[in-house]
Design a protein around this ligand. Structure first.
Ligand code: UT7
Length: 330
């Protein structure tokens, strides 16, 4: 069976209104704006409002992409949400979004691949559509990381932010292939670089697990940093090769926004010219699975994308996982 051509149709995002600046953080922990900016590139991040959860952010991003594309909820047959900060252990954020959208024809599931989650969700949706099993997917990255942080730990609380982004992937009716490649990888031997130990079946929630601080995001920052460039560079090369294009044909590279120093190293190693790489870490911090679609959305809104442009998206994150994809903006 010949693969069905798949295209990306539109982008949407949602950024929570509340802004937390580095100067706000100076009042909360022993840090400085200067340290955060020079070590990470982050100036501010957005925080979900009290009572706002991942599915609220995901729903808002989904509404924007539906409105922009004119796709009706009942025309979606698959919803996949990449998140590690779902509203609850279960059901999935995808089911909560499906219900609010009234997307009655859609199957719905979450995927957990840390900051690479959006690439995993994208790859799954692409495969299902290419194989003819599904026709149109809503692919969302949504995170409420502010709820998972130890706000007295300066090593982690300054890094992360909340938000969501969403795209529609669909069978291309004109027969023109829009998604040229998607490549994933993982190395579970590095699982303890980034993790959240409490509340699962290993450490079910007790007073003790709370007292021990197991319900907070844990990260070995330096070891993660060392992995970041290598895995993203290799993922990009694989995705470019699979797509049959070279980097100089790419119009925009949208990498996961974890640290400006990582982005600069990646650009230098790969030879990505200035202006061809999306950088939004200054305004949002690291929003995990939401960072790639949020950055794509900003660059779309700012007019950097025109029909036919080739986009390379790439990420790495907890697991350790990584992934990259090449698609044509339609
Ligand atoms: O998206 C998921 C993947 N995550 C990442 O990609 C994160 C990758 N890692 C990083 O981005 C960096 O490792 C960090 C930004 C997390 C840390 O930067 P670093 O340059 O690796 O700093 P460090 O951990 O080596 O710490 C250097 C110093 C330490 O003090 P001493 O021991 O030298 O006295 C830390 O205690 O900086 C101190 N420090 C801070 N100082 C002020 C750590 N956090 C802060 C802070 N403000 N917020």
């Amino acid at each position: 069976m010949a693969a069905v051509p798949v295209r990306v149709r539109g982008i949407g995002a949602y950024v929570p209104k509340r802004v937390l600046t580095n100067h706000d953080l100076e009042q909360m922990v022993d840090t400085t704006d200067e340290w955060i900016v020079t070590r990470t590139g982050i100036k501010e991040r957005h925080m979900a409002a009290d009572g706002e959860a991942a599915s609220d952010l995901a729903y808002a991003a989904a509404c924007q992409v539906l409105e922009r594309t004119g796709v009706r909820p009942e025309e979606i047959d698959f919803i996949v949400v990449a998140t590690v900060t779902g509203d609850m252990q279960f059901p999935s954020v995808a089911c909560l979004v499906q219900n609010r959208l009234g997307a009655k024809a859609a199957a719905a599931v979450d995927v957990a691949a840390g900051c690479t989650g959006f690439l995993y969700a994208f790859h799954l949706a692409r495969g299902l559509i290419a194989s003819g099993v599904q026709k149109r997917a809503l692919v969302v990255g949504a995170e409420c990381l502010s709820r998972m942080l130890d706000w007295s730990d300066r090593a982690t609380c300054v890094l992360l932010g909340d938000g969501a982004g969403a795209v529609i992937l669909e069978a291309a009716e004109d027969g023109v292939e829009g998604v040229l490649s998607s490549h994933l990888g993982s190395d579970g031997g590095l699982w303890d670089l980034l993790y959240f130990p409490g509340g699962g079946s290993r450490n079910p929630t007790t007073h003790e697990t709370v007292d021990q601080g197991l319900h907070f995001f844990k990260m070995n920052g330096q070891a993660t940093f060392k992995q970041a460039c290598g895995v993203m560079e290799r993922a990009c090369q694989q995705a470019l090769e699979e797509a049959g294009v070279t980097l100089d044909q790419i119009d925009l590279v949208v990498p996961h926004q974890a640290n400006l120093r990582i982005l600069n190293q990646l650009a230098e190693r790969m030879g990505i010219p200035e202006g061809k790489m999306a950088v939004t870490i200054d305004r949002y911090g690291n929003t995990s699975a939401a960072s790639v679609p949020m950055a794509l959305n900003d660059y779309y809104q700012e007019g950097h994308l025109k029909s036919g442009d080739l986009v390379l998206i790439v990420s790495f994150g907890a697991g350790l996982t990584w992934g990259a994809a090449v698609f044509r903006w339609s």
